[in-house]
Design a protein around this ligand. Sequence first.
Ligand code: PLP
Length: 407
Amino acid sequence: MIRINENFLKLRPSYLFSEISRRLAAFQDSHKGASIIRLGIGDVTRPLPRACIDAFHKAVDEMARQDTFRGYGPEQGYLFLREKIAEFDYRSRGADIDADEIFISDGAKSDTANIQEIFSQDVRVAIPDPVYPVYLDTNVMAGRAGDMTDGRYSNIAYLDATPDNGFVPTPPDGQVDLVYLCYPNNPTGAVITKERLAQWVDYARRNKALILYDAAYEAFIRDDDLPRTIYEIEGATEVAIEFRSFSKTAGFTGTRCAFTVVPKECTAYDSALRPHSLHGLWMRRQSTKMNGVSYPVQRAAEAVYTPEGRAQVKELIDGYMENASLIRSSMEDLGLPSTGGENSPYIWVETGMDSWDFFDMLLEKAHVVCTPGEGFGRCGRGFVRISAFNSRQNVELAIDRIRKVLS
Ligand code: PLP
């Protein structure tokens, strides 16, 4: 008899976005023609930069000609893209990362989901609350999370992100082995300073732990003092893997391209305590299970690093960040304490009420959709996430409507 992986039965239903859709559909049903503004979605709304589109077209044409056609590419990604990443994203920040240490993929979602496969079943996993759900759910599927009691899995070490710690958890007193961190953060929009990040790197070095650092929103950092990559922190190449994506940076959510950095000196141990380079394991995992990202997509991503591409990406991000700034200041003017929106497209708003009640109120009275924070974890109760991914016009209209409801 074919049996299932019962760990899947331990997953909590992905309730958040389906519940939002359900409430939205019910509202639309009873308010035909209402113009609804969605500030809940973590997806970009503006098209790809011109430089990317041009490179994309050119590469597609190459695929049509015998002399320039390409079949399977290198599993790790084309060197032309990996070299640009190493130069512009790392060496320009003083981080000594080589093109060989970069793995191109179809998304940071897949990489942050798959990375746990290379670690032992019994590693102790630390996960922030609130959190981008992929880190947690993939460890549940793998059977590492234990059982659910009181809304939390028994084997997971939760790192609470609250107003008291500025939404940046400090390292625990006890041992954890695999730590997921995400800055700028989804959903809170919080950022981490070099000093606070150095505490985590120090923790990982002392405890032979590993940090999985999701920097998918790096492009939104405005403050020059903030770290753009964990490898700006001394010693991090031994204890950290970093994930990045072109999704939010350059509008690639539908085009799909991202990368993961696994430094060669990044180490984990076998049961006899012998050290192993994680680079080799990830290479083996990726080359066994995937055949890379399409050539035209990698050419489009490479165009992000051209002078025109850089200027166009800056303009794109600046547009979202103007929205973010407007949302953040308006929420504070309305007396709602908020974080994020300064170096991140997300604003995390303390509503002073149940987050679903606040969601319903905004939907019914302002016809605006936000995301209830409790869908991201227990510490999200009482918060909502508002996203800057929309047109300026829609954001202004939404703010006007929210102001009328709340003031
Ligand atoms: N990491 C975080 C924190 C995200 O919020 C997202 C997308 O929303 C991703 C990763 C996924 O990125 P990608 O589109 O590259 O799969």
